[in-house]
Design a protein around this ligand. Structure first.
Ligand SMILES: [Zn+2]
Length: 257
């Protein structure tokens, strides 16, 4: 499976999806997703265990790994927030001066990375599942960037959405209060009813949100795979992966080994 904006790698039984950054941004940032594999199986979703295995590849730099709560709070990739601390947040902001790497974990929710060189280089990593997308963490995080002024800046900004549960696999009970709330928020193009259940297209809604924030369609790269349908490659909570997670790691290229 090949997707524009991503490069797929098999590193001794550990599958990785690396984000391909456009010229210019690639000097500043890197980001990759560790998918199903021996290392992630062994770590069981624990970022401390994951980092114990990986940190030597990154000069033993500190790692920010927030306790994810399906909210919209974003913290900086700064050592004052790093492991062993687990501050509550669903986003991490990286700038060229960040002294730590950033990480988030996923098993059906959507990994989102947004990066730009405008007005100065920055990269956001976000955890946007059904709930985070209903809260529009994308817009909330972008509006916190100083000088964000929509379209002109959007042209110089790129977005990536990683593997998440697809609209065919993600259904919810019609009378669930969260479903009723989300139906008021998700664009009609990104939900439908089938067999008495409401299906939501989480990554489709995130693309809509990125475009509403001013990113052109062509600046958004999406992994079309579903964590549930393609469970051989990814972890899916709904498919029975209770502990292991897809691990999104990113930061300054200077910190990469
Ligand atoms: Zn699916």
């Amino acid at each position: 499976m090949r997707y524009k904006g991503f490069e797929s790698i098999d590193n001794e039984g550990q599958k990785e999806l690396r984000l391909v950054f456009p010229d210019g941004l690639d000097r500043h940032f890197f980001a990759r997703m560790y998918c199903r594999g021996e290392l992630m199986d062994r770590a069981g979703g624990d970022p401390e265990l994951i980092w114990r295995s990986l940190s030597s590849n990154f000069n033993n730099i500190k790692l920010v790994a927030p306790h994810q709560v399906h909210g919209t709070h974003v913290i900086p990739a700064d050592s004052s927030f790093a492991l062993p601390l687990r501050p509550e947040a669903d986003g991490v902001m990286i700038v060229p001066g960040s002294d730590s790497l950033a990480s988030l974990r996923f098993a059906d929710c959507c990994p989102v990375v947004i990066a730009s060189d405008s007005p100065v280089p920055w990269m956001l990593m976000l955890h946007s599942g059904f709930a985070g997308t209903a809260k529009n963490i994308v817009r909330s995080a972008l509006s916190s960037i100083s000088g964000w002024y929509g379209e002109a800046m959007g042209k110089r900004t790129y977005g990536w959405t990683g593997p998440c549960i697809c609209k065919e696999c993600y259904s919810r009970k019609k009378d669930d209060p969260s479903t009723i709330n989300a139906l008021k928020i998700y664009s009609p193009a990104n939900h439908f009813e089938k067999n008495g259940m409401i299906h939501f297209d989480i990554s489709g809604e995130i693309r809509s949100q990125l475009m509403q924030c001013g990113l052109p369609y062509d600046n958004i790269f999406a992994v079309g795979d579903c964590t549930y349908c393609d469970n051989d490659f990814y972890y899916s909570f709904r498919a029975g992966d209770e502990r292991s997670r897809i691990f999104l790691l990113g930061g300054n290229t200077t910190k990469e080994a």
